[in-house]
Design a protein around this ligand. Sequence first.
Ligand SMILES: [Zn+2]
Length: 95
Amino acid sequence: MNVLELKNYMEDLVMQQMDAVIAANHGVCTCEQCRHDIAAMALTILPARYVVTPRGETYTRIKALEQQFSVDIMMALTEGINTVKKYPHHKETGV
Ligand SMILES: [Zn+2]
């Protein structure tokens, strides 16, 4: 029996695009806490895309979804970044 994995592709895509979107938005903190806050907010906005898949066989389908949702992900990440800028979960900005 194969080892199956339940996976939200959207999570991978958000993490993949995060660095590029953060780089385009000056003044946002990039610490572990803020990055997770940004990802959490983006993933709350975006539709979940759960699939059951054998481990390691996700790449091709991720590529297809990446093209389909690229703009949505960018917008959701920007939204998350703006919220974290306004309401960081910690005092020091680290910028
Ligand atoms: Zn931070």
